[in-house]
Design a protein around this ligand. Structure first.
Ligand code: FAD
Length: 386
């Protein structure tokens, strides 16, 4: 029997690919290896779970045993792949050398923080980037009663979504970020302001335009010392300062990687024959989109390629729907800084149209009732990857 297709990573990219390959080829041997629990879950739901008091078991849609049985694949959970030897076409897992036929890297992205966390506060400082993280944070929250004080550092998509969700779950939230308005990479300032006001009305204590200088332990609490000298006290700290593609494994095979991820072409192929990459770890033809629709399109295209029909991936004009019920937000960020943002609407209901010098739509951002324009605008906006 030929060596299997090995997929490293059981997130939405790795599992999505396994499903697509199995749908096209009932017999191909597939092994999925993952460093985590291997539960099949929807990562976007992590930032909606605290409002509903959702236990982690309910977020896991299927156990790895059920996934393996349904797809007729081999699942190896809590197993970290240490290195790739592309000459012998083997993976190193501890002392074991495992041969592969085709190899797909779906190793995702890891939280990154621009500061180190001292040991004295480590048990109070969290990131939430997978179901295991959610499980740990929820256990810590429940130890602090119904209205825990949570300081969130970072006001990007993940920080804003968790802020809104934790507030809706009855917790007290402070949001600290160096930008003057939330979601600064997706929203021009007037729309960021609308979101900031809505989060404030929902109860968030906003500390924008301020950076975290350091964290220190104060009895049973954590003190966040900000760069202007102000000190905030919290029971728990959630770090949401961004994600970096996990490229270390690709590095061991000498594949081309950058801060944006493992470099692939439109076929999700790396420079090494038989090694592909997709999802948050992959920079596809110069773009790492880091959200679900692009990885689903990648899984579909790559499954076709791996089963004998070479298929390049294309991404449409797919806006991001930000899950902040206090203030609905939709955004399709432009590829490059626009010549101008044309802002329309009033109050909380704003549309910001990113235009080039000829007035052509390059992207958009919408708040409040204007989010209903997303379909109409996405139809005329340029695709992410034509
Ligand atoms: P991951 O889910 O990170 O999976 C990576 C896998 O690789 C894991 O199984 C890990 O264990 C494994 N792994 C890594 N290294 C190794 C190794 N060396 N050996 C073995 N296994 C390894 N996107 C949207 O489109 N809409 C949303 O509303 C949305 N909301 C989000 C909310 C939150 C809180 C977060 C964090 C993200 C959200 N996203 C959203 C982004 C989206 O969830 C991600 O783009 C997507 O889940 C990434 O999937 P992935 O499979 O590429 O990576």
């Amino acid at each position: 029997m030929s060596d299997p297709l090995i997929i490293v990573g059981s997130g939405m990219a790795g599992l999505g690919l396994a499903r697509q390959v199995r749908a096209r080829d009932a017999r191909r041997a597939i092994t999925l290896i993952t460093a985590d629990s291997g539960d099949d879950y929807s990562k976007p739901l992590l930032s909606t779970g605290f409002a509903k008091g959702m236990p982690p078991e309910r977020l896991a849609m299927r156990s790895p045993i059920d996934v393996a049985e349904a797809l007729q694949i081999t699942m190896r959970t809590h197993t970290r792949v240490d290195a790739i030897d592309h000459r012998t076409r083997t993976l190193a897992i501890g002392a074991e050398n495992l041969p592969y036929g085709d190899l797909v890297l779906a190793t995702g992205a890891a939280p990154s923080a621009p500061f180190t966390v001292a040991d004295e506060v480590r048990d109070r400082v969290f990131t939430i980037n997978d179901l295991d993280d959610y499980r740990r944070f929820q256990a810590a929250l429940s130890r602090h009663g119904a209205a825990a004080r949570v300081a969130i550092v970072g006001a990007g998509l993940v920080g804003c979504e968790f802020a809104d969700d934790l507030l809706a779950g009855g917790h007290r939230v402070a949001l600290v970020a160096p930008e003057q308005t939330p979601l600064a990479r997706l929203l021009p300032p007037p729309l960021g302001q609308v979101l900031g006001t809505a989060l404030g009305k929902a109860g968030a204590d906003l500390r924008l335009g301020r950076s975290l200088a350091h964290l220190r332990r104060d009895d049973e609490a954590v003190s966040l010392v900000l760069d202007d000298g102000e000190v905030l006290s919290a029971d728990l700290v959630l770090i949401a300062t961004g994600l970096s593609p996990r490229t270390a494994l690709a590095d061991t095979a000498g594949l081309a990687v950058s801060e944006a991820g493992i470099q692939t072409d439109r076929y999700l192929a790396t420079a090494q024959p038989d090694i592909h990459a997709l999802g948050d770890c992959a920079c596809v033809a110069g773009l790492n989109a880091m959200y679900v629709q692009p990885l689903q399109a990648s899984a579909k295209a790559l499954a076709a390629t791996l089963t004998g029909t070479p298929t390049p991936v294309a991404y449409g004009a797919w806006p991001v729907l930000v899950k902040t019920p206090s203030c609905p937000v939709v955004a399709l960020p432009p590829h490059q800084a626009p010549a101008r943002w044309r802002i329309e609407g009033e109050g909380d209901d704003l549309s910001a149209l990113a235009e080039d010098e000829n007035g052509h739509l390059q992207g958009f951002a919408l708040t409040g009732a204007c989010v209903r324009r997303k379909v109409e605008l996405a139809r005329v906006a340029p695709p992410l990857l034509p």
